[in-house]
Design a protein around this ligand. Structure first.
Ligand code: FAD
Length: 411
């Protein structure tokens, strides 16, 4: 089998950022990125596609465009791990060997877990900003809405960008409000979880929008089935005790699907009991194999699964991979930073930024952006600044935004 210094599984936000970071630090490394897809997506843009702000095309690039020039792209999927032999198996049976492995294949959107959902997506008023091809349908539905009922759903945690289910709802409501339609539309937010948002500091600001838009917030209500033709959604409700199934007719249904570890990860020796890849929360190194690291949505750490988290994780993993190749202990530490720009209206954002344990980790001084209040500057950041920062900063390994800290400082 071919052997590389570093093999990276997945050419998404995390995998490409980590490869670029590694090559910035050590240009002569031999790196292979194993990635089956021809397309790389900037998924954080899909919320604004669903609101009719971004053209969908701006959220995608060909994989070839984002691959670092010095990395070798293996255009296949990984099917199995052999960490004791420091190798991975590809779909066609080929083995690829490594000195260090970086695991970053993201998570699996489990559309099939909701009976009736896959066949009605993109039709009958059923949409989701979680898919490139469906996000434009969200805006189509919002634009053509008539008096009726709109349902927005959120599955159990963990999900990527935990605020995204609400973002779709607030931006839809704001458009209806501006057009004088909101009065006639019953909006319900069905969330499997108990709270509006996992970090309490942001809840008061979000609650003002729940009230302003007249949203009926139903915590502890989990989508379990859809009948597209009849336009009825089924929800399981009730806490630990008796569960009941409630049917809600709808005119528009925005679904966020359940999210789980990819099958080939779940069934691998790398996974912990959650199915995601076990890793030390600070060093992102696997507890068993010291030449194996994970980042992005696939890692089992408790940070918010976001591209913002991957941006901070990438240099930490890069530094620690290089240390491993040099036979040293990990040097850099990650504090659990993740960010969720909650688009509460077109033009304003509640910028949630926090680390492990819900500790607030603002990037800006409060006088500039107070994350607990809706901010126009934060909208400008999301709308104008973050896409170029993503394409030209994060994916190129330019790290003035995410200098990795020595491990002692984050513990
Ligand atoms: P991905 O970017 O999903 O990439 C995974 C890659 O692995 C893919 O290219 C895939 O083809 C590849 N892969 C899969 N299986 C295999 C295999 N077997 N072998 C090899 N390769 C494989 N984040 C933010 O920071 N801010 C936001 O505002 C925000 N909003 C979001 C809104 C929406 C609607 C969505 C869907 C996401 C949002 N996110 C946001 C989350 C962000 O997009 C993800 O956290 C981020 O993309 C994670 O990066 P990743 O590399 O782990 O996974």
């Amino acid at each position: 089998a071919a052997t590389y210094d570093v093999v990276i599984v997945g050419g998404g936000s995390a995998g490409i950022a980590c490869a670029a970071s590694l090559l910035k630090r050590r240009g002569d490394l031999s790196i292979a990125i194993i990635e089956p897809s021809d397309v790389h997506y900037y998924q954080p843009g899909w919320t604004l596609v669903g609101a009719g702000v971004f053209d969908p095309q701006t959220t995608r690039r060909t994989m070839g465009e984002v691959m670092p020039r010095k990395a070798h792209w293996i255009r296949q999927a990984v099917s199995a791990f052999h960490p004791d032999n420091s190798s991975v198996a590809l779909d066609d049976g080929t083995m690829v060997a490594y000195r260090a492995l970086v695991v970053a294949p993201g998570l699996k959107l489990d559309w099939d877990a909701i009976p009736g959902l896959p066949e009605t997506l993109g039709r009958n008023g059923v949409t989701s900003n979680y898919r490139y091809d469906l996000a434009p349908y969200t805006h189509e539905l919002v634009r053509s809405a008539a008096p009726g009922r709109a349902l927005f759903t959120q599955p159990p945690m963990p999900i990527k960008c935990a605020g995204a289910p609400q973002k779709a709802m607030y931006l839809s409501c704001h458009e209806w409000e501006k057009r004088g339609l909101l009065e006639g539309i019953d909006v319900e937010f069905h969330s499997a979880g108990p709270a509006l948002f996992g970090v309490a500091d942001y809840v008061p600001a979000l609650m003002t929008y729940i009230e302003r838009y007249g949203i009926d917030f139903r915590p502890g209500s989990k989508l379990v089935g859809v009948d597209g033709a009849a336009r009825v959604a089924r929800f399981e409700q009730g806490g630990d005790g008796e569960k009941t199934v409630v049917e809600r007719p709808f005119d528009m249904l925005h679904v966020v699907p359940p999210q789980v570890a990819p099958d080939f990860i779940r069934s691998s020796p790398l996974a912990d009991e959650s199915g995601f890849v076990a890793a030390d929360p600070a060093t992102l190194r696997h507890p068993i194999w010291s030449n194996l690291f994970a980042l992005g949505d696939v890692v089992a750490t408790t940070n918010a699964k976001t591209a913002a988290a991957a941006r901070k994780q990438a240099p930490v993993v890069a530094v620690n991979v290089l240390a491993a190749l040099d036979g040293k202990q990990p040097q850099a530490g990650y504090d659990g930073y993740g960010s969720c720009p909650l688009t509460v209206e077109r033009g304003r954002i509640v910028l949630a930024e926090f680390g492990y344990g819900g500790k607030l980790l603002p990037s800006f001084p409060t006088w500039l952006i107070d994350g607990r209040r809706p901010s126009r500057l934060a909208w400008f950041l999301k709308d104008r600044m973050l896409p170029p920062i993503y394409w030209h900063g994060m994916l190129k390994g330019r790290e003035w935004l995410a200098d990795p800290r020595p491990i002692g400082q984050v513990r």
